[in-house]
Design a protein around this ligand. Structure first.
Ligand SMILES: Cc1cc2nc3c(=O)[nH]c(=O)nc-3n(C[C@H](O)[C@H](O)[C@H](O)COP(=O)(O)OP(=O)(O)OC[C@H]3O[C@@H](n4cnc5c(N)ncnc54)[C@H](O)[C@@H]3O)c2cc1C
Length: 393
């Protein structure tokens, strides 16, 4: 799990970004968008009636809702809040507790428990290691593992990797496809999230099938209502901030008329190519927004649309180096790394934006890099002080 200090550093970066670009005054806090519908009131095909309500009120009354009409709606509601859970035959009668990684915070509640973790991606890796420090046993069920998988995890005497769960039983036991079974206290679903747009109706023209949002041009614009409706942030297995920023810039340029979208037919051809690629790779539809292996190609395409230079080489190399480091040092890759030369390159690059005093900039991505460097060299307190001092400015 990212350390609390790093989480705080990211939060401070986002706060500073919002202050630097005067974004706070554009955000209506504590307000939920509950409905987005095409506006039929003579405003033209592209207009949307957006209904919102203040949250936190004890009784929500429909007549308190506010409706406003906009030329365009950009949906950025994230995709890490609607949990996806695995189907487990027999689980209704199983007496244990189930939870999703979304609700995981600290390992202590799992003290001396037998825990089954479903999943093999980032959350499962982080949470299983965290819990293994206190639990009696941790069993990781990985649906991609061959059916006979049952092996103790290197470096642990209380953690095993299994193939997927076959069934759960009334007596509390859980049987794996490898034939082994264990009496478990908790099943933790580290199985990701679902795209969910409860405020959109059919007139948005998109559907979600097997977690694929469809049909979209370049994972952003629904073909039928482009450019008046768009989605930022659907891709996963990416470095989110630079990619989402480039998507946002592209949408802004399209909406302001500085960049033109291709014809509907051309956009359709492009959308179809995504499905052809999935089919050719033998991937399920839910991998449609999985950008593993081609996020930088996409970043560079977006940058080109916006007249920007391609994404920095050091960023690409840092991503690759981190991947290697994670494989080599699964326990400590967040604290130890060998790519200081790339950090130095990044710092040089940031001088373009902060030419005067490289050590006295506001909280920026660069400050986070300095901060991480200082944590690594044991002088984290100075960096923390810098972050907090800047916040109070
Ligand atoms: C466990 C975990 C670890 C992660 N670690 C990293 C990491 O180390 N590095 C990294 O770069 N990324 C990481 N990510 C991914 C990163 O958190 C996301 O990519 C990023 O938050 C996406 O930003 P976003 O603005 O698209 O969505 P979000 O950050 O989810 O923001 C969506 C916002 O929309 C609001 N919203 C939703 N519905 C409505 C509505 N109807 N009306 C009004 N507002 C609404 C929400 O309240 C929220 O404020 C991690 C994610 C998870 C779950």
């Amino acid at each position: 799990m990212p350390s609390p200090q790093l989480r705080l550093a990211v939060l401070r970066y986002l706060e500073a970004f919002a202050r630097r670009f005067n974004l706070y005054e554009l955000v209506r806090f504590e307000t939920e968008v509950v409905r987005v519908r095409r506006d039929g009131g003579g405003g033209g095909g592209g207009r949307w009636a957006v209904t919102s309500r203040k949250i936190g009120e004890k009784e929500k009354r429909d007549y308190d809702d506010e409706e406003e009409v906009y030329d365009a709606v950009v949906v950025c509601n994230g995709h890490y809040s609607e949990p996806r859970v695995a189907c487990i035959p027999g689980v209704e009668a199983w007496p244990g507790k189930q939870m999703h990684s979304h609700n995981y915070r600290v390992p202590e509640p799992f003290h001396d428990q037998v825990v089954i973790i479903i999943g093999a991606s980032a959350s499962a890796v982080d949470i299983s290691r965290d819990i293994a420090s206190v639990a009696k046993e941790v069993h990781v069920a990985d649906r991609s593992a061959p059916a006979c998988t049952f092996k103790r995890q290197p470096g642990y005497d209380n953690m095993w990797l299994h193939s997927m769960i076959d069934r759960a039983q009334e007596d509390g036991s859980v049987v794996f496809q490898d034939g082994s079974s264990t009496k478990a206290d908790i099943i933790m679903h580290c199985t990701g999230y679902l795209y969910d747009f409860p405020f959109l109706g059919e007139d948005s023209t998109i559907t979600i099938d097997d977690n694929c949002v469809d049909p979209l041009y370049k994972h952003v614009f629904p073909l039928e209502v482009a450019p008046h409706l768009s989605f930022i942030g659907l891709p996963w297995k990416v470095i989110p901030f630079p990619l989402f920023e480039l998507q946002s810039k592209w949408v802004a340029r399209v909406l302001s008329g500085r960049v033109k979208l291709p014809s509907r037919d051309e956009m359709m051809e492009d959308a179809k190519a995504v499905y052809s690629k999935l089919e050719a790779c033998g991937w399920p539809k839910r991998y449609a927004h999985n950008f593993s292996g081609y996020q930088f190609e996409y970043d560079d395409w977006l940058a080109e649309q916006c007249g920007h230079p391609p994404i920095e080489q050091w960023r690409k190399m840092m991503y690759a180096a981190n991947k290697e480091n994670k494989a080599a040092r699964p326990e400590s890759y967040r604290d130890e790394w060998d790519d200081d030369h790339l950090v130095a390159e990044a710092k040089e690059d940031f001088k373009k934006y902060f030419p005067h005093d490289c050590n006295a900039v506001n909280i920026t991505e660069k400050t986070i890099i300095l901060y991480i460097q200082n944590l690594k060299s044991g002088t984290g307190t100075d960096a923390r002080q810098q972050l907090f001092a800047t916040k109070q400015d």
